[in-house]
Design a protein around this ligand. Structure first.
Ligand code: CO
Length: 280
């Protein structure tokens, strides 16, 4: 039997919507909107990118999570993290935090700078029903702890999650087999990246305009791909930076309310009850 290699097609691009979260942090939401409520197993994708301190200083004070994972990737700036289980961490430029909310926690995420550019991304990834009860866990990864692999002729890909060309990201294995790569591309590159068949796959263009699956995609746009085993990426005269994110669909019922993502309505009610009773 031969396995045919198929290149993925670009199905749609989205410009996201302006939103505000936490104590009034201005951000742009790309997944978790009316237009694109979710893309199993991806529940949410936010970009915060501003040099106006008033847009981010209030941060994200104490709030709960249960039933999924958050991946925060800071391109620039510092974010202090603290939860009610005694975990603390400081995310700095180039660093990532993989947080398993699992059975539940209450935490704060506060910018630790009073001026300058704050630029980062938060992704929410769903957990399979049998993974949701696991205790909260953290992977706090400074830039030096995240491997990079050469791609194209002069470019590189930082591998936060999943496997690319034999290099694995330093984050946990999950049923959804998540991948999260930061493609840092030089001008005039042409590459074909292998990606797992059957995974949902998105690309967020942080910087530069380029061709993804032969279609032009601009900086600040999210691209959603059809299925296939490879993705074609081509830069023009400018460098580009693209987050390539994906996961295997869980195909389970999703019951979601604010910071809780479970499988049934009863489990959401239980989450609220546990939160109110101080059991989170
Ligand atoms: Co949070």
């Amino acid at each position: 039997m031969t396995v045919q290699s198929t290149n993925r097609e670009l199905m749609r691009t989205l410009d996201g919507v302006a939103a505000s979260d936490g104590a009034g942090v201005k951000l742009r939401r790309y997944i978790g909107t009316e237009d694109l409520p979710e893309l199993d197993p991806i529940l949410l994708l936010d970009e915060f990118r501003t040099d106006g301190a008033e847009d981010y200083l209030a941060g994200f004070p104490d709030h709960p999570h249960r039933g999924f994972e958050t991946v925060t990737y800071m391109l620039h700036g510092r974010m202090r993290h603290q939860d009610n289980k005694g975990n603390r961490g400081l995310l700095e430029s180039g660093g990532a935090q993989w947080m398993t909310a699992g059975s539940g926690l209450i935490h704060s995420e506060m910018p630790e700078q009073s001026d300058g550019l704050l630029w980062g991304y938060q992704l929410w990834l769903n957990l399979a029903a049998e993974e949701k009860p696991m205790p909260p866990a953290y992977w706090d990864l400074p830039v030096t702890a995240i491997p990079a692999v050469p791609v194209g002729s002069r470019s590189q890909a930082v591998v936060i999650a999943g496997e690319l060309l034999g290099t694995w990201g330093p984050t946990p294995q999950r049923q959804s087999e998540p991948l999260y790569w930061d493609l840092q591309l030089e001008p005039d590159e042409e590459l074909l990246l292998p990606v797992p068949n059957g995974h949902v796959l998105i690309a967020f263009v942080c910087q530069g305009d380029l061709l993804l699956a032969h279609q032009p995609v601009r900086s600040g746009q999210l691209a959603v791909f059809g299925d296939g085993s490879a993705i074609e990426v081509r830069t023009g005269p400018a460098a580009a930076r693209v987050l390539l994110i994906g996961g295997k669909p869980l195909r389970e019922p999703v019951s979601r309310y604010g910071p809780f993502v479970m499988n049934t309505r009863e489990e959401i009610q239980q989450a609220f009850a546990d939160y109110r009773a101080g059991r989170m």
